[in-house]
Design a protein around this ligand. Sequence first.
Ligand SMILES: *Cc1c(COP(=O)(O)O)cnc(C)c1O
Length: 400
Amino acid sequence: MNNAEIVELAHANLINNYGCMPLAFVRGHGAYLYDADGNRYLDFFCGLAVTSLGHGYPRVVGAIKQQAEKLTHASNVFHTEPMARLAARIAKAFGDGRVFFGNSGAEANEAALKLARRWGHANGGRFEIISTLGSFHGRTFGTLSATGQEKYHEGFQPLVPGFKLVPYADVAAIERAIDAKTAAIIVEPIQGEGGVVMPRPEYLVRLREVCDRARLLLIVDEVQTGMGRTGKLFGYQHSGIKPDIITLAKALGGGIPIGAMVARAEVASVMTPGTHGSTFGGNPIACAASLAVFDALEHDGVIANAAEVGQYLITRLREIAKECPDVREVRGQGMIIGVALKHAAKPVVDACFRERLIVNGTADTILRLLPPLTLTKEEADTGLGIIERALRAEAGTAGA
Ligand SMILES: *Cc1c(COP(=O)(O)O)cnc(C)c1O
């Protein structure tokens, strides 16, 4: 099937909840994707920060193949070696953690919210969770209620009660919102979907102090920032603090669906048999793929590359921005980068697409770059050239 045929078949049968680009991909290799008409695209999007090792990473492909031939599912009524080994790997990376597996970011966050509720009930009958405006935590009712963006709430009210929204990167606002019912705070280290919004470096440090003082759980949503994206394994590690709970998904499985919630052992102990579950959670193929992702991050120099090439991209984009009056700001950390524009990001995204570079627009005016952590400097330069031309072309037509 070619692009047009796939797009037509999809449009005729799928629920129209995405507003997709009329394009179908059939294979990928490294930083490149190939569409059904044979065109090659440089991928600065990674399926929304999922394929962080690029496409077809040999360790991941090998692990998936091997596990598929052995066992694809056993259920959480039993144990499997990939799940046991991945739990150990994640628990160790977090430090004395206990792990719950689901299949997505929303499920990981839903588990964190439920754990926080249950912990709060056991610790003074508290249930309220403070979240931030501009945040994104998922699309299930619980995680949607924690998501601080009204456009995602529209038409779905009433939401789950017990959530309070306060401005992001504002510690005083959180302190004011705390009362006798508060159990936890949930934040992203960098708001991804919200527009690559970076708090001051000490934000998480202050939140940790606030949580310690008021005996609250600090939940850090690492679904987008985790697994090396920011140039460290977890985004919170830049601040030197330790959260009570973190959530992972997106890049965790190297392209295979998996989500995880990791909690301090003492906090996790309120979850007893029967309190929560997921049929597919901890699927052996997903866990085997994720173990290969950890191997790549730990042994192949991937995180160091993300930090280095990410900084190169940010520095070069800032130079380009000096010549482009429509760029407000270039911000980011490692391989999560936002170019804040004075106008809509969509025409720039489209201009990049015409030159076969996949980038993403978010929060209306933010060009978001989520390249593979394995990106080379040469590939970075190719992408930068296209972005520079797209920004200049848009500046040329602005107001015309
Ligand atoms: C993508 C994302 C989610 C939701 O993940 P899904 O797998 O789409 O459910 C949650 N939190 C953050 C920070 C995200 O970026």
